[in-house]
Design a protein around this ligand. Structure first.
Ligand SMILES: Nc1ncnc2c1ncn2[C@@H]1O[C@H](COP(=O)(O)OP(=O)(O)O)[C@@H](O)[C@H]1O
Ligand SMILES: [Mg+2]
Length: 353
């Protein structure tokens, strides 16, 4: 580890380096120094992200752009260069390392404790969207191609049903029927994008609350972190994925489906934060498609759980047997609930905007 740390332009001498935070993708360490200046050291997961040069270039360009608008190390994730002015270091084993400035006096929540926390996360991702509204999005690399290509996800589901690798298809007749009945939604936003009616935006693609740093004193947003999946996409998809888990009334794999749905007050809290920050930047059609983004992201994620169930649980971690199937059930239940609430979600958006 010492030889890795020595590759970066640090302000003080390192005194400790310990595992930090609750991230699931990268290996994160808090690197303390004898100067009043600490760092986050990360080993980037090169199995999840095969194209590291493009990924790091995306992050470098987006953070440099944000820095021009807000030159404050607590409000922008800031990369620390290597001795030869690179943005990451490749060690002799081929592992990839990078260093960020540590954001001091910050708080990172795994789940919202109340509506206000959710509103603050909406504000954080809305601010990110607002600050990057004029960024030349075409110059970013699509780090995971077809990430939110819902029709392609449906093709994968149908292929998994056809192959029936784990012999589970016979146990999931009602779920298959429910998901296929919703296939009509799969392409609706992508069609608008293809027709040029929706713009491409800089999207984050992992808009969870624990990818926002809040000020520990005021619990208001400082900055958005975890920029590995920043790429061109639709504003409604980032918004929708936040609603999928942020406004859910039940756990992701809740057994009692009567507890599962989408909470309108939680939807409103997130939407209020998000639109306060970027409402003026979004086109009228983009705002109109936000509720559909929530439905689509829930549908897409649920179809991926079902696909993985049929493939034998090879992608998502399952703590107990059948968890993927249960997740698929909660997600289609939420989709049905959102279908019924589309009109109400629309009214909330209009009232805020
Ligand atoms: N610049 C930073 N300042 C303070 N804490 C950070 C910083 N970057 C990351 N963290 C902490 O480390 C955790 C993991 O980082 P993250 O980049 O989200 O990794 P992962 O991709 O594994 O989720 C975050 O949830 C946060 O608690
Ligand atoms: Mg993270």
């Amino acid at each position: 580890m010492k030889s890795v740390i020595a590759q970066f332009q640090l302000k003080g001498a390192p005194i400790s380096c310990d595992r930090y935070g609750n991230g699931h993708i990268n290996e994160t360490y808090l690197l303390r120094t004898d100067a009043p200046h600490d760092y986050i050291l990360q080993k980037v997961n090169r199995h999840v992200f095969p194209d590291i040069p493009s990924l790091m270039r995306n992050i470098e360009r987006v953070t440099a752009y944000l820095w021009q608008q807000t030159p404050d190390p607590r409000r922008v994730l800031t990369l620390v260069p290597t001795l030869d002015s690179g943005m990451y270091y490749t060690d002799p084993d081929g592992e990839i390392w990078r260093v960020y400035e540590f954001v001091t006096d910050s708080l990172c929540l795994d789940r919202p404790e109340n509506e206000r926390d959710l509103q603050q996360s909406g504000l954080a991702f809305g601010t990110f969207q607002n600050q990057l509204a004029a960024f030349p999005v075409q110059t970013l690399t699509e780090i995971i191609p077809h990430f939110h290509d819902t029709p392609a996800r449906y093709e994968q589901l149908k292929e998994a049903i056809r192959l029936d690798r784990a012999g589970r298809v016979k146990e999931a007749g009602p779920e298959i029927e429910a998901y296929l009945a919703c296939e009509k939604y799969a392409g609706c936003l992508m069609d608008l994008l293809k027709k040029g009616e929706l713009p491409q935006r800089v999207t984050h693609n992992d808009t969870k609350l624990n990818n926002v740093l809040l000020d520990a004193a005021t619990r208001t947003p400082l900055c958005v972190i975890d920029l590995d999946t920043v790429m061109p996409g639709l504003a409604a998809n980032d918004f929708g994925d936040s609603i999928r888990f942020g406004a859910a009334t039940g756990r992701e794999d809740e057994q009692d489906l009567s507890k599962v749905g989408m909470s309108l007050p939680l939807f409103e809290a997130y939407a209020r934060g998000f639109l306060t920050a970027c409402g003026k930047r979004l086109t009228p059609l983009e705002k109109e498609t936000l509720p559909m983004g929530a439905l689509l992201m829930t549908l897409e994620c649920g179809s991926r759980f079902l696909t993985d169930y049929f493939n034998g649980d090879v992608y998502f971690h399952n703590a107990r047997p059948g968890q993927n199937l249960q997740r698929a059930r909660t997600h289609i239940r939420m989709v049905r609930d959102m279908e019924e609430k589309l009109g109400q979600m629309q009214k909330i958006i209009e009232a805020i905007a």
